[in-house]
Design a protein around this ligand. Sequence first.
Ligand code: NAI
Length: 705
Amino acid sequence: MALNLEALGKKIGPIIKDYTWKDTVLYALGVGAGFSELEYCYEKNLKVIPSFSIAAIFEFLTHIGINSNLNLAGILHGEQELIFHNPIPPEGSLITEGKITHYYDKGKDKGALVVGESDTYHSTGKKLFTSIITVFSRLDGGFGGENAPKKEVVFPDREPDLVVSASPSPDQPLIYRLSGDIFDLHVNSEFAKMAGFKMPIMHGLCTHGFACRALIQSLVPGAPEKVRRLVCRFTKPLYPGTPIKTLIWKTEEGKAIWRVVNAETGAVTIDNGIFEYGDIPEEKIRFDGRVAIITGAGAGLGRTYALELAKRGARIVVNDLGGARDGAGSGSAAAADKVVDEIKALGGEAVASYDSVSTPEGGGNIVKTAVDAFGTVDILINNAGILRDKSFIKMEPESWNAVLDVHLNGAYNVSRPAFTVMKDKGYGRIIMTTSAAGLYGNFGQTNYSSAKMGLIGLMNALKLEGEKYNIKINAVAPVAASRLTEDVMPPDFLEKVKPEFVSPLVLFLCSEKCPVSGNIYNAGMSCFNRAAVVTGPGATLGSQDKPETLEGIIANLDKISSLKGGKEYGQLNDQIGDVLSALSKPLDSKVSAIGKQEKTASVSAVFEAMPASFIKSSAAGVDVVFQYNISGDKGGDWCCVIKDETCTVKAGKHDKPNCTLKISDSDFLLLMDGSLPAMQAYTSGKLKIEGDIMKSQLIEKLFKR
Ligand code: NAI
């Protein structure tokens, strides 16, 4: 199976990992922390060991393997560099995006190096760390690529300045693996023997965590937030229970060189370590060089966005028709002009635009104003708005259309020409202004609610078109005192609801730092949260050739309606994927209207179909027996014998299999339909392979999917 060099440069992620304080404490215990470093182990005033970062994004490593088609029997973590931009908070979500940056060839029998680089942001939007990981793939060399450039770390010619001794427990891998790396090599004696070790070995990253603690204790005691960079190369495996020493040389202000040795033999287990430390300067988000269009910026929320963006360096197009609250009248230049003057008085740059968003010509002119004045558009906040509230019977077409024209069509009219400019330059941020009235409903606002929810549909589709051009589109449902809300909020309440309580979130979504696209946020009155469309797991009813009955739907309504275990989809295809994989699973055991139990098996169907998908031309010289042990209700044992270019599949156990694959019935079906990649199944422990692991690599070659 050859390396897939085409994966070079292709985006990996976003990979999202939710974590709580318990995950960070579990990691700390896994790398040897205890009562003497209670700051890592006790939820009060908890701090996170910075090396938690790489354990938390372990899935990125899996993606490098899957995307590159690495021969999983020969992969090792080669080198690791971590650059810290902000301390890791004790809970939240981590959002990781990255790519494979290099494939290096050490030679046919020497292996390949695969380098992946990723950036991880916290759900607060802060960039936390950059990881540069080098995977050593022992069995994938000889593809004709260049060798990796030599990296040297020069160790001072003197005894180390500091030595920290530690004694990882013989059971250390059993704790460490609970942080994500559940690879058999660190737990299963038989597997370890097959891989050439006398027993399971320590995770290299566990020893790395011990070293990180030692470096913090020695150089920035009690202040993990001062770790700036941690680099190393993994050189030799270590057996659990072996004492270690971290040797540290201080080389310059804020920098040390380090390595970890086996304290019994002196063998170097982690080498070429670099540790940089010091205060992390607070990062100020700026918009210098960026051009922002804000529609409806002559008052209310739009004015505040314009002023705040200008204060941070953006050049602004202040668009406002200057019309009445209900959109009536021809408007006036005064609203936009006033805000332009305010920005100029602050030392900023701005131009006015008086066009209405409600026509395509108006939208085109607004974007043209930006391009003529400042040469480009980087940010668009679709904010202009009017209200014409009426109960539905009284909602005549004029009021319906006027509101849809400003909010929904207005966003289309301006976003389209702006998107063209952004696509050409490969950068853009678009904000849709939605509303709780659309997200949740509000009496007397059928026109407004429809328009505001329409904007979510526009965002959902456009985010997919913008993805490859780095155009991110998000939506905000604000709550603020303005002309639109003056008669729906009590006057004393209005005083406390300033647009300034909304604008920080909007500015974040407009910034280069924004890692998300397609998200909806409520913002106002110091309260920020995310809203989403969530789909429940539901039920798969009826059968392939017989639709469910009306009575059957009623009997299963609780299950169909439940949102428990619901999930968010990034796009329609993901949802269809789930529907298709639900169809390939056994149908729900259900109480039908006539009280009958129905079930359909499909694992056995996969084995029945196996000989038909056999590729004879790939089987020359292959002589192998695969044994499948499928657990679960629909499971069982099947063996597949490949010999003399034929394939025979039988239920039951073979007495001399070369390679045994163990997996649950549901994971097996996902594996077969391609929704669970084999590498992921293996590294996550869902698929266990015993016997000649190399033979399992043949399966992909021998069978059509
Ligand atoms: P606002 O009335 O103070 O500002 C809206 C601005 O849009 C006005 O200056 C108006 O002249 C301008 N505008 C209206 N039609 C226009 C057109 N065709 N072309 C160009 N400009 C036009 O209202 P506010 O509250 O600042 O609203 C801003 C956005 O936030 C609106 O989309 C509104 O629906 C939305 N929103 C506001 C909430 C709030 O609590 N204030 C709640 C939920 C949503």
